[in-house]
Design a protein around this ligand. Structure first.
Ligand code: PLP
Length: 458
């Protein structure tokens, strides 16, 4: 008999979580204005809101915390992180930031100007926010297959070369500061980008003189998929694959809260000295001195260890297999989920789950709220609320997909939790015809509305 995968770790410390009653959840959700971001964590039994900063650190990381050097300038922990980042990415310069969006803020302050165009595969919401707040535009060049949840394309994060070339032909080079490749592509379902596609994007972009940057939050998970799914890559290590991927870019932004295996942190890594110098100024203004950029020395020390652990195959195998385990259970129960299952999350297709709920009433948010009411599980809407309004027309942008994301924190829950989640979703699916009304907006901010929007029953 083939041995199944098993976690390459055992549990040393546990944290209690508490189940609640349906009546409690109904009252809490109403008080939260039907926005799951407004719930207290004590009101949640299993928290699948995000895989960002919610994972468990290893004993080695906790040990590294104690050795953190808190010097304002030139700390040993910065050196350790710098060495690790150089080893993994090949990039020479490192600027720590307090998290991924801060890295975007610093780098885009240098590179993105009013009226610019930033093509890429479905930009993450904060990334798009940092582009649009500078009155620039993000153009989504993801392959069409990504928007068909049944399509089994192994690399649905890929960039459509024709769409990208159209952008390069339509706008002058000076208006396109870079092409941004997000690995894996969170907004299209945690779907990977193939190394072949990255090479082709590099070749095309070189012809037009446009550099590539990576939004690298889940670069190790992306490398795992390349190893598993791409011909000729199966015998390479994760670190070898990651290094080749990064070699095609001028630099990267990183949210360390994902594949850094830490609870907070981010960084920029790049090769161009002039951009590094310009970004250093913005780091100092927005984040802190260039050798800590908003991170404690101890957090940089833990991150250096986390990046090394996250690029090891057994860890990645157990991590991604757990997500797949949940996805396959949902498929077994007939739930419409995006296929293939993504790296960090399972995405439920709410347009198929709740076709009777009008788009204007936010079907994915409606489903996420029902899953919470059913079993105390917090998920997140990746649909019209997240897509926000068009910055010019202020109309709702209706994305091709209305998804509910079940993001799985790293090294945090067991497969019994996965079974519980699958059973809860199945229960909602069985009573889906009773759910006919969604929500309407009572109040929303000007930008990134999904975090703080207040809803009422439609
Ligand atoms: C692809 C991607 N880029 C950037 C970010 C922003 O990172 P942070 O949450 O650390 O600010 C995220 C966060 O989820 C992400 O998934």
């Amino acid at each position: 008999m083939n041995l199944p995968y098993a976690e390459p770790f055992r549990i040393k410390m546990v944290e209690e979580i508490r189940q609640s009653t349906r009546a409690e959840r109904e009252s809490w959700l109403q008080k939260a204005n039907y926005n799951l971001f407004n719930l207290k964590s004590s009101q949640v039994f299993i928290d699948l809101l995000t895989d960002s900063g919610t994972g468990a650190m290893s004993d080695q990381q906790w040990g590294a915390l104690m050795t953190g050097d808190e010097s304002y300038a030139g700390s040993r922990s910065f050196e350790a992180l710098h060495d690790t980042v150089k080893n993994i990415t090949g990039y020479q310069y490192l600027l720590p930031t307090h998290q991924g969006r801060a890295a975007e803020n610093v780098l885009f302050s240098v590179l993105v100007k009013d009226g610019d165009i930033v093509p890429g595969n479905s930009h993450f919401d904060t990334t798009k926010g940092h582009i649009e707040i500078r009155k620039a535009h993000a153009v989504d060049c993801t392959i069409d297959e990504a928007f068909d949840v049944e399509n089994l394309h192994p690399f649905k994060g890929n960039i459509d070369l024709q769409k990208l070339e159209d952008v390069y032909k339509t706008y002058p080079k000076e208006k396109i500061p870079f092409c941004l490749i997000t690995i894996t592509c969170n907004s299209s379902g945690g779907q990977p980008v193939s190394i072949e596609n990255i090479r082709a994007v590099k070749e095309l972009s070189d012809r037009y003189g446009i550099p590539i940057y990576f939004d690298s939050a889940r670069f190790a998970e992306n490398a795992y998929f390349i190893k598993q799914r791409e011909k000729g890559q199966e015998n390479r290590t994760i670190k070898e694959i990651a290094k080749e991927v990064f070699s095609y870019g001028a630099g990267m932004t990183m949210s360390s809260k994902k594949d850094g295996l830490v609870n907070i942190g981010g960084f920029i890594a790049l090769n161009d000295e002039n951009i590094y110098r310009a970004a250093s100024n913005f780091t100092i203004i927005y984040e802190g001195f260039i050798t800590y950029g908003g991170m404690a020395g101890r957090d940089m020390a833990a991150l250096a260890v986390g990046l090394t652990e996250a690029t090891e195959f057994p860890y990645l195998e157990s991590r991604i297999s757990q997500v797949e385990y949940l996805g396959n259970k949902l498929i077994e129960y007939g739930i419409p989920v995006q296929k293939p299952i993504g790296g960090h999350a399972v995405f439920i297709d709410s347009l198929k789950f709740l076709p009777q709920v009008a788009r204007a009433e936010f079907p994915a948010q409606t489903l996420a709220n029902e899953i919470y009411l059913e079993a105390g599980i917090r998920t997140v809407e990746i649909g019209t609320l997240l897509a926000d309004r068009d910055p010019d027309t202020r109309e709702n942008r209706y994305p091709k997909l209305e998804l509910v994301r079940l993001a799985i924190p790293r090294r945090t829950y067991t497969n019994n939790h996965m079974d519980y989640i699958a059973a809860a979703v199945k229960n909602v699916y069985e009573r889906r015809n009773e759910i006919t009304k969604g929500y309407s907006i009572m109040w929303e901010p000007d930008i990134l509305r999904h975090f703080t929007v207040q809803l009422g029953k439609a």
